[in-house]
Design a protein around this ligand. Structure first.
Ligand code: UD1
Ligand code: UDP
Length: 374
């Protein structure tokens, strides 16, 4: 049995790491394909170091560019590798262009696709990620879904119930395995005063940072929240747009804002788990915040992680300056409100998702069901 793992961006490296660990623990044959979508040291290599991952066997080098150009380059590169490697299954994760290209390249070669974190839906087709998820799911043979809710999304779209496995999300595996290591190895907290109310802020979603009004509104809210120490590791896409609009300098000058390069996983995990709250438009952070019982204010108007909102640990505040500042201040002024958010139960499982993913895949392989035959 040979497994090809395709990844290309920061969140895929983090969430596939526990799966790769599990593949290695079981001594299975595998090949690791990096699409090259993220290529800066701090967006890619740093995570291979922090998570002690093997170097990719193949790097397609398809970083940056338009969606069409990037996806086409990945498709061509992955197809070429798969034809040479002839794996029994291709595993992809999440909703980036790598998932779209990996799933499409594999299914056309009649190689079964296993989609980790399948079934998420924001029901917003203007998001590139929503299209990627839907196409990847349409190409998949096995669906490793994080929750019952994502299983229902797939069943409503006609997926074979015997191919849908509720495994939990591998992000919990990654958090639980690495938090202890982070607290030993990282000294990020020494940069801050003990009495500061730390806020982990991340921002990179196209609909926020490519939209000047929304970006400005979010930045105005950040500038106003002087009661907090806001730690902001800036994604390269966001940095470009902040610099273009003059907002980067304003953030740099704000005393309560600490701007950083994208942070390594261990530093970021320790920062996040010690934060008073999270402000983010990231997908993964909504999951990690609830895993560490940190209240999350999501800078979006919808989410493909509705479980976090239903559980009470996440509030959608959009890009609306007043909503952001009012909700953040309520967390400060109303301890019952904050404690209620902190009590939210984590819907993403027990940290053993990667074991279940491998158990189910190997079972289907043993039963001769890992095939594209109808
Ligand atoms: C991508 C994913 C998004 C995911 C995010 C994780 C898609 C469509 N988007 O968004 O779903 O949440 O990764 O972080 O797949 N850049 C660099 N260095 C890098 C990477 C990017 O400078 O290492 C800059 C380039 O100018 C690039 C821009 O960031 O054009 C955007 O990068 P891209 O990979 O297209 O999208 P992300 O915003 O990173
Ligand atoms: N992350 C990190 N350093 C940072 C910001 C984020 O290690 O400076 C991690 C974070 O813990 C999470 C993942 O990156 O696991 C989320 O990635 P991102 O927000 O880029 O993508 P998304 O989850 O939105 O697809």
């Amino acid at each position: 049995m040979k497994i090809a793992v395709v990844l290309g961006t920061r969140p895929e490296i983090i969430k596939m790491a526990p799966v790769i660990d599990e593949i290695e623990r079981r001594n299975l044959d595998f090949t690791l394909i990096h699409t090259g979508q993220h290529y800066d040291h701090e967006m890619s290599d740093q995570f291979f170091i922090d998570l002690e991952l093997p170097s990719p066997d193949h790097n397609i080098g398809a970083g940056s560019g338009s969606h069409g150009a990037m996806t086409a380059e990945m498709l061509r590169g992955i197809e070429d590798v798969l034809m040479r490697e002839e794996p029994d299954i291709v595993m992809v994760q999440g909703d980036t262009n790598a998932v779209l290209a990996g799933a499409l390249a594999a299914v056309k070669l009649h190689i079964p696709v296993g989609h980790v974190e399948a079934g998420l839906r924001s029901f917003d087709r203007t998001m590139p990620e929503e299209i990627n998820r839907m196409v990847a799911d349409a190409c998949s043979k096995l669906y490793y879904v994080p929750t019952e809710e994502s299983a229902i999304n797939l069943l409503m779209e006609g997926a074979d119930p015997e191919a849908v496995f509720v495994t939990g999300n591998t992000v919990v595996d990654a958090c639980l395995r690495n938090i202890e290591i982070a607290s030993k190895k990282s000294d990020i907290l020494s940069e801050f005063q003990g009495d500061e109310k730390l806020v982990a802020l991340t921002l990179h979603r196209a609909e926020n940072v490519d939209n000047p009004e929304r970006l400005r509104s979010i930045v105005e809210a950040i500038l106003e929240l002087e009661e907090f120490r806001i730690v902001f590791p800036v994604h390269p896409r966001t940095r470009k747009n902040l610099e273009k609009s003059g907002l980067y300098t304003r953030l740099l000058e704000a005393e309560h804002v600490t701007l950083k390069k994208p942070m390594g996983y261990l530093d970021f995990l320790l920062l996040l788990s010690n934060s008073f709250m999270v402000l983010t438009d990231s997908g993964g952070l909504q999951e990690e915040a609830i895993t560490f019982n940190v209240p999350c204010l999501t800078l979006r108007y919808n989410t493909e992680r509705p479980e976090t909102v239903e559980a009470g640990g996440n509030i959608l505040v959009g890009a609306d300056k007043n909503r952001i500042t009012t909700t953040a201040r309520r967390l400060l002024e109303d301890p019952d409100f904050r404690e209620g958010m902190m009590r939210a139960e984590n819907p993403y499982g027990d940290g053993h998702a990667s074991e279940r993913i491998l158990d189910e895949t190997l079972r289907l392989h043993r039963e001769g069901r890992l095939t594209m035959k109808p």
